[in-house]
Ligand binder design. Structure first.
Ligand code: NDP
Length: 342
């Protein structure tokens, strides 16, 4: 069967495409430029015609003839994986985050409503950001019943002065809410259902062409900076994050296509929690050489830095039978990937 994937050149999407192709699916990827299409085609050249790439420059713009930007793209596909969304912390206006996230998601759904005659399932890559709220005391457990409304309120209140992470969280929350609203309004008219996946911080090796740390995708860039920058404050080093390996995220995106029971579910994909200082301590235990030689700064190894929150992955494990890659393997492979790229 054939799967449409948006944001095909992204860090997570490239792994999803690889997993789909390995499992014999045909893939139609959407990118924003010919240059990106050409690169991607080259990367997956061994799969020949199994990967088709199409260019949609602006996923918010309906075409002159049709309703949504994806009206042609959704034809003849059996499933859709919608991953495209602004993943950045450098934009200023809330709408730079929210508009593409929200309109892009609605564009996909509108096109699927009118033209996705064969579509059985739409999978949206949301984020733990659409669940999270600020936690100050250990230890809160997030699950799929919770929502990122706090970020929406903060962005409404502070506008462009809200922290970039809040704007990103608001964009993911608003996009997901709009998706469920749209689905609930139209579910009697469509033969597809909706599943939404929620990874926290995604780590692990990249298939993207990355020549400098600045060209890493945002989660890898933050990880890289938190490990390599010597001037991090205790406050920053104490921050909690939850993680999942990109290869598990891609596997889940493919497993979910085969699983009837996942219909209508929000599903967390998470494999553990840490703080940045803990991560430094952990890598120190794996690779003391990197610290002895001064390549990586040690930070404050005595810091009291309890994990403040975790994402409960039990629902996804049960539904999708996921067995997660160990933290040891994830960090080891990521370090090897960084080292291989210099
Ligand atoms: P990347 O930045 O590597 O990929 C993002 C993709 O979205 C790119 O293909 C990008 O296209 C596309 N995109 C961004 N803005 C637009 C826009 N305005 N119009 C059309 N396409 C756009 O990020 P990731 O692979 O990390 O993220 C993929 C998805 O996973 C996102 O939805 C993100 O929110 C979600 N996610 C990521 C996490 C992480 O830790 N990485 C954690 C949780 C969720 P282009 O290259 O042309 O800009």
């Amino acid at each position: 069967s054939r799967v449409l994937i948006t944001g095909a050149n992204g860090y997570i999407a490239m792994w999803i495409i690889r997993t789909l192709l390995e499992q014999g699916y045909s893939v139609r990827g959407v990118v924003r430029s010919l240059e990106k299409a050409t690169k991607l085609k080259q990367h997956f050249s061994s799969y020949g015609d199994k990967l088709e790439l199409i260019i949609i420059e602006d996923m918010m713009k309906a075409s002159a003839r049709y309703d949504g930007a994806f009206d042609d793209a959704v034809k003849d596909v059996d499933a859709i994986e919608h991953t495209a969304s602004p993943v950045t912390l450098s934009a200023v206006e809330p709408d730079d985050y929210i508009k593409p996230a929200l309109q892009g998601t609605l564009s996909v759904l509108k096109s699927a409503l009118h033209f996705g005659k064969k579509v059985k399932r739409i999978v949206i890559t949301s984020s733990s950001a659409a669940i999270h709220r600020v936690i100050t005391q250990p230890t809160h457990i997030f699950d799929e019943t919770q929502w990122g409304d706090e970020a929406i309120e903060i962005v409404q209140e502070k506008g462009r002065d809200a922290p970039p992470m809040m704007k990103y969280k608001a964009s993911k929350t608003l996009a997901e809410k709009a998706a469920w609203d749209f689905y609930n309004q139209h579910k009697n008219e469509v033969q597809w259902d909706l599943v939404v996946l929620h990874p926290p911080f995604v780590l692990g090796p990249s298939l993207q062409e990355v020549k400098t740390p600045e060209s890493l995708n945002v989660s890898l860039e933050i990880f890289y900076n938190m490990l390599t920058q010597p001037n991090k404050s205790d406050e920053e080093l104490k921050a909690t994050y939850n993680f999942v390996d990109v290869r598990d995220v891609s596997k889940a995106h493919v497993e979910v296509l085969k699983n009837e029971k996942a219909a209508g579910e929000r599903i967390i994909l998470a494999n553990g929690a840490s703080t940045w200082q803990d991560t430094r301590n952990y890598i120190h235990s794996l690779r003391p050489d990197l610290y002895a030689s001064g390549v990586l700064p040690r930070g404050n190894s005595d810091l009291d830095n309890p994990v403040l929150y975790i994402y409960n992955p039990e629902k996804g494990k049960k539904l999708l039978g996921l067995e997660y890659i160990s933290k040891n393997e994830m960090i080891g492979d990521l370090l090897a990937d960084f080292e291989a790229r210099g």
